[in-house]
Design a protein around this ligand. Structure first.
Ligand SMILES: C[S@@+](CC[C@H](N)C(=O)[O-])C[C@H]1O[C@@H](n2cnc3c(N)ncnc32)[C@H](O)[C@@H]1O
Length: 183
């Protein structure tokens, strides 16, 4: 498994500042953003980020994860029709968290579809909704180089923000202003 890459516009859907700041306040800092680029990291300010081959590497520390969209071939996990890329990324994050390499994480579900299709990835033991999560009361305004922060946009999907880690009280405190939190 190596390369979540695809041509969908959702590939470059960067996280709004208020969500990143809530994640940073919850975890203390962001050590790794496994799916990113220089432009997105101007906001995320992760100490390290990957721009390719995220699923072939060890993840570590306090992770902020907003994976690319699109789908992957079920056998090769290369771009194709099959599993949701986000669902595969969730399964990978979960395995890195359960390994102990990842201490805490905030995972961005671009769409609530991830609640459903994460169950289709073999070996995925716990669905995102089994962890503390926030459903923002307004759809998140993702941004990109083509649609900078502040550009008027009409977000297409309702979202969820998942927390893995021990700082649950901090997650509730910092994400409740965005929408209702379930722990
Ligand atoms: C949805 S954007 C999120 C960017 C940033 N993490 C954020 O939240 O603002 C996904 C990013 O992952 C990058 N990407 C695509 N395929 C990747 C891969 N296989 N490994 C690592 N990064 C990848 C894309 O170029 C894009 O910058």
């Amino acid at each position: 498994m190596n390369n979540i890459q695809h041509s969908s516009a959702s590939n470059e859907a960067y996280t709004p500042t208020n969500v990143v700041e809530a994640a940073r306040a919850t975890m203390g800092a962001i050590d790794l953003d496994p799916f990113s680029c220089a432009k997105a990291n101007e906001v995320v300010q992760a100490s390290a980020y990957f721009s390719e081959f995220a699923l072939d590497r060890e993840w570590f520390g306090r992770v902020f994860c907003n994976p690319p969209g699109g789908t992957l071939d079920r056998t090769t996990l290369e771009p194709g029709s099959g599993y949701s890329s986000a669902a595969v990324a969730w399964a990978y994050l979960l395995s890195e968290y359960l390994s102990g390499r990842v201490e805490q994480a905030v995972f961005v579900c671009f769409s609530l579809n991830t609640f459903q299709n994460s169950q289709q990835v073999p070996g995925m033991r716990f669905a995102p909704y089994m962890f503390p999560f926030c459903v923002p009361s307004s759809r998140l305004k993702f941004w990109s180089e083509a649609r900078p922060i502040g550009t008027k946009n009409q977000p297409a999907q309702p979202n969820a923000l998942i927390y893995l880690g021990d700082n649950v009280d901090a997650f509730v405190e910092h994400f409740s202003p965005l929408g209702q939190v379930r722990v």
